[in-house]
Design a protein around this ligand. Structure first.
Ligand code: AMP
Length: 400
């Protein structure tokens, strides 16, 4: 019997899904994907094939009163009608925070869910939305196994020195420390490097996950040893609308001198800053690269400058650099950004082949580059599907 795994990635107003069906040798293959968006506003459901062909689409009016649970029921009914003879064995969820405890994916039960609720205060903008569909799915499909896969898990191999803030010990012990995020993406890339360039996989690699959320990770011998995201997903690089790292004195200035409330500061840091804040034009790198506005050019320059600085910092954390990898929306598709970052990193012995970079080749470094530079598409959903399948298999084996 072929297995079906439903992958769910839920945010504040949307639930993205991917359905993976196992092929003959048991490997998960993407069968369909889609999302419900406009939740609590004017819901819209779309399902597409792997090539983007629209398989189903439905709009509901703004006054439709459909809640998370109703929409998830619609989604799961659609999925069950499109299993192509396979049986749905589990749902895998992206959960942003596994706290200090979870270093690997876990089968969700009531006590695990309670524990994950405890991490809401560490990621208030994401964690509640990640957990809501787990609860809703447990109601609409009570028999279905659910597995939580964490964005923090891949970074649990970071040494203590990389995760500690210079704060009084008691706060560190309470959990105020660096966790790192985008871990499912970095784990997928670490596995791909083992397939593409096994000699590099054993060495020191910096991966740049440059999307609307952006971060970088130092991976030594396949393990995360440092990353630019910290306690929350607003640290490190400037992002589409997030500041990235900021002198904490700026927060005090906003509170004490400008009289801003905590909520106003949160909105400023997460929604009004980054590429959007600096450019005043857009949070989308494509728009900025095409714009004639000097502030757009400044935003691009700042983004590339900060990537370059973090590259030096992460290489220093590992004591060397054997390869550089670009991934996610900007990393996979923006030749100008890669070109600028690599040009600024020439001192590390990095040199890019312009033609390979322009055609987004897998290997974009020049023959004489001391360090190979790769463009590797990430696939967090595939990583979740693989983890979920592994958890289901372990349980089945343990039950035998
Ligand atoms: P992600 O969050 O990984 O889906 O990345 C989304 C971001 O990638 C968008 O907001 C764009 O800024 C960026 N992006 C996508 N395609 C391109 C492109 N061809 N050139 C520059 N940036 C791009």
């Amino acid at each position: 019997m072929r297995d079906g795994i439903l992958v769910i990635n839920a945010g504040s107003s949307s639930i993205k899904f991917s359905l993976f069906l196992s092929n003959g040798d048991g490997k998960p293959l993407l069968s369909s994907k889609g999302q419900v968006e406009g939740i609590n506003v004017a819901p819209h459901f779309i399902a597409q094939g792997p090539d983007g062909t629209v398989l189903s689409e439905q709009h509901w009016p703004a006054d439709s009163d459909l809640n998370h649970e109703d929409l998830l029921k619609h989604l799961i009914d659609w999925v069950e009608d499109h299993l192509d003879g396979a049986s749905l064995v589990a749902a895998g969820h992206r959960v942003v925070h596994g706290g200090p405890k979870y270093a690997s994916p876990v089968l969700v039960n009531d006590s695990v869910l309670d524990e994950l609720d405890g991490f809401v205060q560490l990621a208030p903008l994401h964690q509640p939305h990640n957990l809501a569909p787990i609860r809703a799915l447990a109601k609409v499909h009570p028999g279905l196994m659910q597995v939580a896969c964490f964005d923090t898990a891949f970074h649990t191999t970071n040494p203590k020195v990389a995760t500690t803030f210079a704060l009084p010990r008691q706060l560190t012990e309470e959990g105020v420390r660096r966790y790192g995020f985008h871990g499912l993406s970095y784990e997928f890339i670490a596995r791909r490097i083992r397939e593409i360039a096994p000699e590099v996989a054993a060495g020191k690699v910096v991966v740049c996950h440059l999307g609307s959320g952006a971060s970088m990770c130092a991976i030594d011998g396949g393990k995360s040893v440092a990353s630019t995201l910290g306690f929350t997903a607003v640290d490190g690089l400037p992002m589409g609308t997030r500041t990235g790292n900021l002198d904490p004195g700026v927060i005090l200035y906003l509170l004490q001198q400008k009289g801003m409330s905590a909520k106003e500061i949160e909105t400023l840091l997460y929604k009004r800053s980054g590429l959007l804040g600096v450019s005043g034009v857009s949070n989308d790198m494509r728009v900025l690269l095409e714009s004639d506005d000097p502030h757009a050019a400044e935003a691009v320059e700042l983004f590339c400058y900060r990537v370059n600085r973090e590259l030096g910092s992460l290489a220093a954390a590992m004591g060397g650099l054997d390869a550089l990898v670009f991934t996610a929306g900007i990393g996979e598709h923006s030749a100008p950004v890669r070109e600028r970052v690599c040009a600024a990193s020439a001192w590390l012995g990095i040199s890019v082949d312009a033609a390979a970079n322009d055609r987004h080749a897998e290997l974009i470094s020049a023959d004489d580059s001391r360090i190979p530079v790769y463009v590797i598409p990430t696939n967090e959903e595939m990583m979740i599907a693989k983890h979920t399948r592994a958890v289901v298999r372990q349980l089945a084996e343990a039950a035998q």
